[in-house]
Design a protein around this ligand. Structure first.
Ligand SMILES: [Zn+2]
Ligand SMILES: [Zn+2]
Length: 351
């Protein structure tokens, strides 16, 4: 066993504290990653604070599924990684690998046992612990390569926020001639805008506030509209091929569906607290669809990272000390971050 320093929370209202956790000794196909940075995702807060409807959190919880670092050891049968390589891990560390979805590279939709990076039970029966820790041991099939042109701290959020945006953009064919709207300009939205633009789509940001407008335009948005302004919904009615919602709160869906052009799709990435409510008449109009997606598969995650490297896309981050996770959670919930908190894992050990 490998003992490593980590940060955990022991209950929905408990502050983060320093702890040590055990990582398994690397098996033949395992990669040991010395974690350099771990992004803080909104879903970390949902698990840590047990906010998901019906969701159960196993405490102590070590969150973190935007993990990047350097390979420090590899098992004898590992072929894709060597000591010293830059490596990343997203929100899964295993899946059944045999079902039709796994074989198609759609591991998030595994119909067998999918193992999440934290708050799950691994194949050995032990709880999984995420990236708020010094090292992680993962089968190489669930590890991706981080291109050299992306600084590690800016790459970390791509492992969840990045792939969660990229997968629906690709699945619903964002590209030249298509009009895409991204609802919410935060951790996900700010990488989504860069990707949609690089794919060639006309890209609009819909947000509650104007405070991030300049950032959105700088990152490639063609338009930026307020969701609090009724004119947004009249002027842009029937215009979008794809709306991707990153906001984890219930919105008046009928008003957003009204923005979709013929065969347009509204995709939600987040899980609002209450069930979604829509008027069927709004769906029938323009033959609209509503859909949801999880993140992407392993190959698609690698494709996304390579695409980001090719187009100079990365997350904009605020690097924090591991002592400041609770403060970061508060600020994230208040929308006070440009655009993703990333923990410097060198600060994991408490003096
Ligand atoms: Zn996430
Ligand atoms: Zn499977």
């Amino acid at each position: 066993m490998i003992s490593v320093h980590a940060r955990c929370t022991c209950g929905p209202n408990e502050a983060f504290q320093a702890t040590t956790i055990e990582r398994r000794d690397p098996g033949p196909r395992d990669v040991v990653i010395d974690i350099a940075y771990a992004g803080i995702c909104h879903s970390d807060i949902e698990h840590a604070r047990q906010l998901r409807a019906g969701g159960k959190t196993r405490y102590p919880l070590v969150p973190g599924h935007e993990i990047v670092g350097i390979v420090s050891a590899v098992g004898a049968q590992v072929t894709r990684f060597a000591v010293g390589d830059r490596a990343g891990v997203g929100n899964m560390v295993d899946a059944c690998r045999e079902c039709a979805n796994c074989r198609a590279g759609l591991e998030p939709y595994c119909s067998g046992q999918r193992v999440l990076t934290y708050n799950a039970i691994d194949r050995d029966g032990k709880p999984t612990y995420g990236g708020y820790s010094q090292k992680i041991v993962v089968d190489e099939a669930f590890v991706v390569k981080i291109p050299h042109s992306i600084p590690l701290q800016n790459a970390a959020p791509l492992l969840c926020a990045g792939i969660t945006m990229y997968s629906p953009l690709r699945h619903w064919n964002a590209g030249p001639g298509k009009r895409v709207a991204i609802l919410g300009f935060g951790g996900l939205g700010h990488v989504g805008v860069q990707m949609a633009k690089a794919l060639g789509a006309h890209t609009t940001v819909l947000d509650l506030s104007l405070t991030k407008r300049e950032d959105a335009l700088r990152l490639g948005a063609d338009d930026y509209r307020l969701t609090t302004d009724a004119a947004t919904f009249s002027e842009l009615a029937n215009t979008f091929d794809l709306i991707i919602s990153t906001v984890p709160v219930n919105v008046n869906l009928d008003t957003y569906l009204g923005l979709l052009a013929l065969d347009g799709t509204f995709v939600t990435l987040a899980i609002p607290e209450m069930p979604l409510s829509i008027s069927a008449a709004v769906l029938l109009n323009n033959r609209r669809s509503i859909a949801g997606t999880r993140s992407g598969g392993l190959q698609e995650t690698q494709d996304m990272l390579d695409f980001c490297a090719q187009h100079g896309i990365a997350a904009e981050v605020e690097v924090i000390n591991a002592d400041h996770i609770d403060t970061a959670y508060q600020r994230l919930l208040a929308g006070d971050v440009r655009f993703r908190f990333v923990i410097d894992n060198a600060t994991m050990m408490k003096e």
